[in-house]
Design a protein around this ligand. Structure first.
Ligand code: G16
Length: 543
């Protein structure tokens, strides 16, 4: 088998976003498009000769074809060994774990996460580094710079290979180990949680529904929940990964996991509802007729981690992305541990986790995780809640309400305006940035705007600076409005507006979220001119 050097020319806009390069499938299907990007990753990764690379994806449309290309390019570029999930499947957290376990050079993960799939849906590719986490910005920017000048790539001339089952084969000089995508990850979960206690919970009649949304976590959830923990068969719904996620939108939120939400709000619904996304790193937690916001979930986890085997030694610190509510800050304060505020994107947690500065971290975008891997981890979060319920023997709602009584409640919402004109979205943010300093110090709806700025972050470990991470408005009553543009969309721009209001009074902790936040919603529109600039009168998705 010969290694071929293929001439190519650069493509416009191969700049990775919040989490890798995400584009429509037909964009990736253009000749050389994927190859160019993979070659640039391998170039920036540096000394790859003879090294091990983990490869897998969420099973979405084009996963198989892309893996064939990646395997041949890896062989053509001197990679020594590939660890590949059978069927080309690996959840993002499982890939992170395998990179760490095998001390691999890194991993190529194929996913567009929560974005829809199918022939006209989204596809994505990202590189995870040696620590198992998403490549940091300097790496992704170097890849982008390289994509602008690439003129050739290397690929092994070989027939397509069969990676449908576990086993080992050679591709040129490279060894390919096709492994069970689930086993290592499931074993890791056994180390972190008290599985016998959770099994007892199920034995005592506890019911749950896990919606895998026809995405990657189906096989993982079936193995862990139904096989290892003895939850009744049928606990996992929509458990077969499908290339188009069954036509659904694999985003575990109140809008896209509607079937699950309906079950949980029915009179005889299960005690715990959970869902995960396309690549298995997000989670949503529901109690009986009760939704746990991701921000609250993180805060509850931080306050209770010491009750679970994997975290009994306590937390070194916690972190949240800037738009995530400040609920976890109050827990950290009470515990006397540090709480870091990072830009949106899991990659910003990597240094803090590696340096041992934090044990737990999370984001409003349905993500939570710990130092067990370097990605957010959907099933891990679900097991965390299960273990917590098994220890405390209380309902989800009771646990959260008790948390609010101790720490206060943050009413929280995110309004997404999807697919808006990119120029209009950029104009809106630029205008806010320009007026930030003059707005600061004024009062709105009776509250003083204490701070209004464009969030910038200095990494406490490598001191790198990330600027323009979102406009923050902090009011003197503890309320907040945040505006930022999504870095994961593939069509036009998505404006995200995040709003929160702090309520310490237990008598006032049972109100409707949107009504409680109405004054901030009004203000957010007015201060940014959302309707005037974008023409939109209401958001597409409210979570
Ligand atoms: C990715 C990142 C997350 C981020 C999320 C939302 O998640 O890993 O850290 O919070 O995107 O990003 P945005 O608001 O820019 O769309 P995922 O699950 O899509 O990989």
């Amino acid at each position: 088998m010969a290694i071929k050097t293929v001439s190519t020319t650069p493509f416009d806009e191969q700049r990775p976003g919040t989490s890798g390069l995400r584009k429509k499938v037909p964009v990736f299907q253009q000749p050389h498009y994927l190859e160019n990007f993979v070659q640039c990753i391998l170039h920036v990764a540096g000394d790859i000769e003879g090294k091990t690379l983990v490869v897998g994806g969420d099973g979405r449309y084009y996963n198989q074809q892309a893996i064939q290309v990646i395997l041949k390019m890896a062989a053509g570029n001197g990679i020594g060994r590939i660890i590949l999930g059978a069927g080309g499947l690996l959840s993002t957290p499982a890939a992170s774990h395998l990179i760490r376990k095998h001390k691999a050079l890194g991993g190529i993960v194929l996913s567009a996460s929560h974005n829809p799939g199918g022939p006209n849906g989204d596809f994505g590719i990202k590189f995870n580094i040696r620590n198992g986490g998403p490549a940091p910005t300097p790496f992704t920017e170097a890849v982008y710079e390289r994509t602008k000048i690439i003129d050739s790539y290397k690929i092994l001339e070989a027939d397509d290979v069969d990676f449908g089952h576990t086993g080992q084969f050679s591709l040129g000089d490279m060894q390919v180990d096709v492994i069970d995508p689930v086993a290592d990850y499931a074993d890791l979960m056994e180390e972190l949680f008290d599985l016998p206690a959770i099994s007892n919970l199920f034995e005592s009649g506890f019911t749950m529904c896990f919606d895998a949304m026809h995405a990657i976590t189906g096989p993982y959830a079936r193995e862990i929940l139904e096989h290892r923990l003895g939850a009744p068969v049928g606990t996992v719904i929509r458990g077969e990964p499908l290339e188009d996620f069954g036509g659904g939108h694999p985003d575990p939120n109140l809008v896209y996991a509607k079937d699950l939400v309906d079950q949980m709000y029915a009179s005889q619904g299960p005690s715990l509802g959970a869902a995960s996304d396309g690549d298995g790193d997000r989670n949503m937690i529901l109690g009986k007729q009760f939704f746990v916001t991701p921000s609250d979930s993180l805060a509850v986890m931080a306050a209770n981690a010491h009750l679970l085997p994997g975290y009994r030694q306590g937390l070194s610190g916690v972190a949240r992305s800037m738009p995530t509510s400040s609920a976890v800050d109050r827990v950290a304060d009470a515990m006397g541990i540090a709480c870091y505020e990072t830009p949106t994107g899991w990659k910003y947690f990597g240094n803090l986790l590696d340096a041992g500065k934090i044990t737990l971290c999370g984001e409003e975008s349905f993500g939570a995780g710990s130092d067990h891997v370097r990605e957010k981890d959907g099933l891990w979060a679900v097991l965390f809640w299960l273990n917590l319920i098994a220890v405390r023997r209380q309902s989800v709602e009771a646990i959260v309400r008790q948390h609010w009584a101790s720490y206060g409640r943050y009413y929280y919402t995110r309004h997404d305006y999807e697919g808006i004109d990119t120029a209009a979205a950029e104009k809106l943010i630029a205008a806010l940035r320009d007026t930030a300093s003059s707005l600061q110090g004024q009062s709105f709806e009776g509250n003083l705007l204490k701070t209004c700025d464009d969030f910038a972050y200095t990494d406490p470990v490598d001191h790198s600076i990330s600027e323009h991470q979102g406009i923050r408005m902090l009011f003197d009553n503890g309320s907040r409005i945040v505006y930022r543009l999504s870095g994961t969309g593939t069509e036009g721009a998505t404006l995200r507006v995040y709003m929160e209001h702090f309520e310490p009074d237990t008598e006032k902790q049972d109100q409707d979220t949107q009504e409680t936040l109405a004054y901030l919603i009004r203000l957010a529109n007015q201060l940014a001119g959302i309707t005037t600039i974008t023409g939109r009168t209401s958001p597409d998705v409210i979570t």
